[in-house]
Design a protein. Structure first.
Length: 171
């Protein structure tokens, strides 16, 4: 299943990039998600609980950044997880891209998701609906967190992406 979403933030691309490449920040904005370990600078272990209608499932797995391009503000990550009860799993490949827009940042996220187990039986429409709800909750939480940290004048004035630095985070 392919899903593409866009949203805009009233924050400069540098701040949005720093946020989206920090898995701890991202997980804090996803309902039911947590980062529980770090394998290396690009790979993290995590958990998430998802509810679709009357059914809830908890997954344990990992995410890995396979591409980080701070010059173009593009990131790609892959993730996989297994239902902790052994009744299915999920795999995801997600690409995100930032674009400066009207003094803020437009975020485009394209995901390809494969689901097995009980959620796979529920149909694409329900899965897309739940995905949209989770994405909207994530965007709202991220907007709130970025608004809570005031810009430094220098950061807001900078138009170029930051220099590449070692990664200690997730997108």
């Amino acid at each position: 299943m392919k899903i593409e979403q866009k949203f805009s933030l009233n924050a400069p691309p540098n701040r949005v990039w720093a946020f989206l490449t920090d898995p701890y920040q991202v997980a804090s904005c996803l309902p039911g998600a947590a980062i529980v370990g770090k394998v290396d600078d690009r790979t993290y272990l995590g958990t998430i609980t998802v509810k679709v209608g009357p059914v809830a499932a908890s997954y344990k797995g990992q995410i890995r950044f396979v591409q980080l391009d701070p010059e173009r503000w593009e990131a790609e990550l892959v993730g996989q997880g297994q239902d902790i009860k052994g009744k299915g799993g999920a795999e995801m490949r997600m690409q995100s891209r930032l674009q400066p827009k009207d003094g803020g940042t437009e975020v485009t996220v394209a995901s390809e998701v494969n689901i097995s187990g009980i959620f796979a039986q529920m149909g694409r429409g329900m899965i897309e609906s739940v995905s949209n709800q989770i994405f909207q909750q994530f965007a709202a939480a991220m907007t709130q967190k970025l608004a809570a940290v005031p810009d430094s004048g220098q950061e807001a004035a900078r138009a170029a992406p930051p220099e590449a630095k070692p990664l200690d985070a997730l997108s």
